[in-house]
Design a protein around this ligand. Structure first.
Ligand code: PMV
Length: 357
């Protein structure tokens, strides 16, 4: 139990409030894959917070007389009963940290900038937007909550909805999970990477190539669970810790060829873990591999520091410095767009994190 996030004072109920927040998606450089009880990661991870792929959520809180969770969820204005179970479970998990929620009817209206069927998971941006709305509402009930507390609690709550969501509250580079070289790091929430960051990473570009827009066959939660009893689990968790140690000086120096080695190794290890789980599975598609080979050829022939990373799916995130954007965008148009479903991709870049709107 994280005592820090249990409200201590008595709160003043208000009759009605409307709170809107926006939260972006994030892309991990060192991957979270495997967890212990209640969303405690088996290894630390670090991600870029994105800018354009985001969720906007508005909650209308209306005081009621009975106790118990009461809510309706709308996606793009359409009632989505299919989300109820996930959200009810989330509310139950956070109930002791947000005792006021059971005293309100909540109408939750949400929409994403990226299409629902794009293969881009909306859970990170979705749960972080929802969590920030809740903490912003808490701010109306209790006086003197600091902005540091708002972000920490929002990240803490978001983690209880979907692990990687806790990395979508702060902007830039965010670390989640305890790491020996990052003192403030925590298994309970994401923190802004606390050491020096080379300016090249402040506006790093991420073009998301939509290779397969259908829902993936194996969910992240099944994949995380398969890391229990996985033959290479402990080696993998050690490697992630080592990769994060190696990234700290690279993030400071801006050594992009070292950056690429770590980031691509992380992406391929994530998928290698899937391929030797029991049962084993493959989420990459033939076009994922074709894109990787094209990126390697392009990098070899031009020395432009472009690389790829993957999340738990077939889509490819192409990462590159802003100063190389015009050459890389031409390369994407000419060589990579043909591997995307309906030729679709999304241009994104590092952003500033979630906020109230
Ligand atoms: O937060 P989840 O349970 O959807 O898991 C995310 C897992 C990866 O995207 C594959 C890696 C990561 O660190 O984001």
């Amino acid at each position: 139990m994280a005592i820090e996030f249990i409200p201590k004072k008595k709160f003043e109920l208000i009759d009605k409030a409307i709170v809107s927040c926006m939260a972006p998606s994030n892309i991990a450089l060192v991957k979270y894959w495997g967890k212990k009880s209640t969303q405690i990661p088996s290894n630390p991870s670090i991600s870029f917070t994105l800018n354009n792929c985001k969720t906007t959520t508005t909650i209308t809180f209306q005081k009621k007389n009975s106790k118990g969770f009461s809510f309706k969820v709308f996606l793009d204005g359409i009632l989505k009963n299919s989300f109820n179970l996930k959200i009810e479970n989330f509310f139950k998990r956070i109930a002791c940290y947000c005792p006021y929620l059971e005293l309100y009817d909540m109408e939750i209206n949400t929409n994403n900038t990226f299409p629902h069927s794009s293969g881009i998971a909306s859970s990170a941006s979705g749960f972080s937007a929802l969590a920030l709305c809740i903490v912003q509402f808490e701010l109306l009930l209790y006086e003197s909550i600091s902005s540091n507390y708002i972000n920490r609690k929002a990240s803490f709550l978001a983690r209880l909805g979907s692990g990687s969501a806790c990395r979508s509250i702060d902007g830039g580079l965010v670390v989640w999970g305890q790491h020996k070289d990052i003192k403030q790091s925590s298994d309970l929430l994401g923190i802004k990477f606390p050491s020096d960051v080379h300016p090249v990473f402040n506006d790093y570009q991420d073009t998301i190539l939509l290779v397969d827009k259908t829902e993936k066959q194996v969910s992240s939660s099944i994949g995380h669970n398969l890391m229990h009893n996985h033959p290479f689990a402990s080696q993998r968790f050690n490697q992630a810790n080592k990769h994060l140690s190696q990234l700290i000086p690279v993030i400071k120096s801006g050594d992009l060829f070292e950056f690429i080695k770590i980031v691509e190794s992380e992406a391929l290890t994530l998928h290698a873990m899937m391929m030797c789980s029991d049962p084993y599975f493959i989420l990459m598609k033939p076009n994922t591999i074709s894109i990787i080979n094209e990126i390697w050829d392009f990098r070899d022939s031009t020395q432009i520091p472009v690389c790829f990373t993957l999340d738990a799916g077939a889509n490819v995130h192409v990462l590159y410095p802003k100063s190389n954007a015009s050459e890389v965008n031409k390369f994407i148009d000419n060589n990579l767009a043909k591997y995307c479903q309906d030729g679709q991709f999304i241009n994104d870049h590092v952003g500033n994190g979630a906020r109230r709107i």
